[in-house]
Design a protein around this ligand. Structure first.
Ligand code: 5IU
Length: 267
């Protein structure tokens, strides 16, 4: 844990980052006073885009699983990008790449989704070894994209812990230009990595399939720079916009408490 990064403001941390996607995310966080990412796991484009439009004003980042959208075509991406300009947020495709370098090059740039062409951020497992990063970087770096490594998971019984998490950190250090941070449950390393944390809800607990939740306040205290919330925001139909704003405030207050910057003044 780095006490220094932990108490630095997003503003100060901007100068620690050169990757364009990392910088754009930090700038957006500051503009919107939001460290909230909403994960929209809905399987029709109409539902997906409706929720994105509703939560857009409150988020810095939208996380997608484009492979679950049943009526996917390029127009879904076009409409998502229109919303990202309308509301000012970045896009993170939670693709969790996990293959050898040569294969992930193709999965990232080609196929139906062409992820590299629209997602500023994506993520990868480290289980294949560092060739996965070399492969993804060969596509993503020229486009100004950034990569998050899966260092820990929120689910019960995860194998991503201990030596595995340490190995993810070591791999990231070899690719500092492209790897901008981690999906993790706490701050990792002494350097300035962006920590994005899923498994967040205002009531703690979990679901029936191993998901485990912590509150925004708790994960930010442990080092989350961006909180990722899915069903906590879009679970109640018609209330996603209101819930997103509630989580934005919670996340931002927790950040202010962490960096020691007072409370309501900046809300
Ligand atoms: N997600 C997790 N935990 C993890 C990783 C990813 O929940 O460790 I890595 C994803 C799965 C889902 C979202 O897309 O984050 C969380 O959704 P809910 O807030 O609805 O549980």
């Amino acid at each position: 844990m780095s006490p220094q990064v932990q108490t630095q403001t997003y503003d100060v941390r901007l100068s620690n980052h050169t990757n364009p996607a990392a910088r754009a995310l930090l700038e957006c966080i500051l503009r919107k006073r939001s460290n909230l990412c909403v994960s929209v796991d809905l399987s029709t484009s109409a539902e997906l885009l409706e929720v994105v439009d509703a939560v857009g004003p409150s988020v810095c980042l939208i996380k997608t699983h484009m492979d679950i959208v049943e009526d996917f075509d390029q127009s879904v991406i076009d409409r998502l990008r229109v919303l990202s300009e309308k509301h000012d947020f970045l896009i993170f495709e939670d693709r969790k790449f996990a293959d050898i370098g040569n294969t992930v090059v193709l999965q990232y740039s080609k196929g139906v989704h062409k992820i590299a062409s629209w997602a500023q951020l994506t993520n990868a497992h480290v289980v294949p070894g560092s060739g996965i990063i070399t492969g993804l970087a060969s596509v993503g770096l020229p486009l100004g994209r950034g990569l998050l490594l899966l260092a820990e998971m929120s689910s019960a019984g995860t194998l991503a812990q201990g030596a595995y998490t340490d190995a993810a950190l070591a791999m990231a250090r070899e690719h500092r230009d492209f790897v901008v941070g981690f999906i993790a449950q706490r701050r990792l390393g002494d350097e300035d990595w962006l920590i994005l944390t899923p498994g967040v809800q205002l009531g703690s607990g979990g679901d029936s399939m191993g998901q485990q939740y912590n509150t925004p306040r708790e994960v930010v205290r442990r080092g989350a720079d961006v909180i990722i919330v899915g069903r906590g925001v879009y679970g109640k139909r018609g209330e996603a916009g209101k819930e997103a704003e509630r989580y934005r405030k919670e996340g931002w207050e927790a950040y202010l408490a962490r960096v020691g910057g007072g409370t309501s003044r900046l809300l």
